[in-house]
Design a protein around this ligand. Structure first.
Ligand code: ADP
Ligand code: MG
Length: 170
């Protein structure tokens, strides 16, 4: 764990997709409307898998499909308590393209989950949670390393997040 002023970093290894989903569901407890989570990592690293598990937990609906927004660019979910925008910037050329899609209106008071967020960093708030997934082991297709960084208000929230601490101890 790296703990500097205004930044908290957790690193955890997960064995398979089920463990990734469990971790994402845990992270849901940290989120409220207005929050932004970025999801980084190579194609197939598990960004959409992570986002899907978060969406299912936040909406309390384990059956919701939550398809990848690669082609729709953004999927909007209106839950009873949470409003979620799941976006994928992979095919987005610039932040102005997002404006054309009504990004500002869509994300107002929503929980934003953004894959490939580094392609339009201008639209992201500095206080946020960054999740990076990477292949942990060349010989194991299911293992992932997950790095979760909390900035600003998220640094303290992540630092005091007991449930993740317990998960890391397992
Ligand atoms: P991305 O959105 O990063 O391109 P996806 O979530 O769409 O990636 O795809 C991840 C793929 O890797 C899925 O086919 C999933 O079943 C598989 N997978 C295997 N192990 C894991 C893991 N530990 N976490 C997430 N996905 C995993
Ligand atoms: Mg994806």
């Amino acid at each position: 764990t790296d703990e500097m002023a205004g930044k908290t970093v957790w690193r955890v290894e997960v064995a398979d997709e089920t463990a990734t989903a469990a971790l994402a569901a845990d992270i849901a407890a940290l989120l409220k409307n207005g929050d932004t989570v970025t999801l980084a990592g190579d194609l197939g690293a598990g960004k959409t898998t992570f986002a899907r598990a978060l969406i299912r937990k936040l909406l309390d609906d384990p059956a919701i499909e939550a398809p990848s927004p690669t082609f729709t660019l953004m999927q909007i979910y209106e839950g009873e308590t949470a409003r979620i925008v799941h976006a994928d910037f992979y095919r987005i050329g610039s932040a102005s393209e997002l404006s054309g899609l009504g990004w500002e209106e869509a994300v107002e008071d929503a929980i934003v989950l953004a894959e490939w967020a580094e392609r339009a960093p201008e639209v992201l708030p500095p206080d946020r949670l960054d999740v990076r997934l990477s292949f942990a082991d060349a010989d194991n297709r299911d293992a992932r390393r997950v790095t979760i960084s909390g900035y600003g208000a998220f640094a303290a929230r992540l630092k005091s997040f007991k449930s993740l601490r317990e998960l890391l101890r397992r």
